[in-house]
Design a protein around this ligand. Structure first.
Ligand code: GLY
Length: 306
């Protein structure tokens, strides 16, 4: 059974197209790369790729991750500028024994050598936004200021599972700051014998809980995707509350190795899209009477974000 799930309204169109390709026989690798790279390419989506959220110095530094559930191999890039598709670079690094997590200028040089087009990822719009924040002398903005990471998990007809992630990270971050998105176990994890998970939200909070790994570890015990992702989120929120801390805005998506999907959030509302053998839809995860509830939604009723 082919299945796919992607974060936020911003990935709806590309995840839908990737779902159609998957059901027609495309590989999970090509489906995930397509769905994430389309979001990276679109300047309308201000927290990923071209036109992404600038750091304090006005530059767009991007992170991306990739994991193959059949081989448990990963690839990731951190803090790259000018790379038109960080997720393509992450995919190309996946398979290496060593040197599969590259940062900064080394990652940029790898992308150039690999033929990934280089471009200035700043747009007039992102620079205007940055200048306005500089004028206000604003601090680093919170997660979801303009929406956050695109994460896509797919399982193809052969049962091969892949996860890919990409983000420009927090708006007005300190140059050099890296969040969860390129960090295996935190921003993403995929083991085809169990399932896959990926995270969006405040990387500093997600990394402290290794939430993607925790979710997959629960699926390894036989839990379905929804039970596992909800249990991992609840256990982490409970642990943080014992420290008298609240968890910032974080959301998780998951897929078990049978292709069932799941999502959990600390937000009032977290939109995602997914396709399974029951068809394709936009969904909203939200709390109703204190219980996490997932409801199908029409894409046109969900705001695109900034
Ligand atoms: N979740 C993206 C980041 O914190 O950078």
């Amino acid at each position: 059974m082919a299945s796919i799930i992607g974060t936020w309204r911003m990935s709806y169109d590309s995840v839908l197209e990737a779902y159609n390709r998957l059901t027609a026989g495309a590989s999970a690798m090509d489906a995930v790369e397509y769905a994430v790279a389309e979001v990276e390419r679109n300047p309308q989506f201000v927290s990923v790729g071209y036109g992404g959220l600038p750091a304090r110095d006005g530059e767009v530094y991007m992170d991306a991750g990739w994991m193959d559930g059949t081989t448990l191999r990963c690839g990731a890039v951190m803090s790259v500028r000018h790379v038109s598709s960080p997720v393509k670079a992450a995919r190309m690094l996946c398979g290496r024994e060593k040197n599969w997590l590259l940062c900064g200028t080394g990652a940029e040089a790898f992308a150039i050598r690999s033929g990934i087009p280089i471009r200035d990822m700043r747009t007039d719009r992102s620079q205007m936004k940055w200048r306005a924040r500089i004028a206000e002398e604003a601090e680093t903005a919170g997660a979801y200021d303009g929406h956050d990471t695109v994460c896509v998990i797919a399982r193809d007809n052969q049962g091969h599972m892949i996860v890919g992630t990409s983000t420009s990270g927090l708006f007005m971050k300190e140059p050099g700051r890296v969040g969860d998105t390129p960090i295996v176990g935190s921003g993403y994890y995929c083991d085809g014998e169990a399932g896959a998970a990926a995270a969006t939200g405040l990387g500093e909070d997600i990394m402290r809980g290794c939430l993607s790994y925790e979710t997959v570890a629960l699926m390894r015990t036989g839990m379905d995707a929804q039970t596992a992702v909800q249990s991992a989120m609840k256990a982490y929120m409970d642990r943080r509350s014992r420290l008298s801390e609240t968890v910032d805005n974080i959301s998780l998506i998951a897929m078990d190795n049978r292709g069932n999907i799941g999502a959990a959030t600390s937000l009032e509302s977290f939109p995602f899209s997914a396709g399974t053998d029951s068809g394709f839809s936009m969904y909203e995860a939200m709390y109703l009477d204190g219980s996490l509830t997932i409801l199908p939604r029409r894409a046109e009723d969900i705001p695109l974000g900034d």
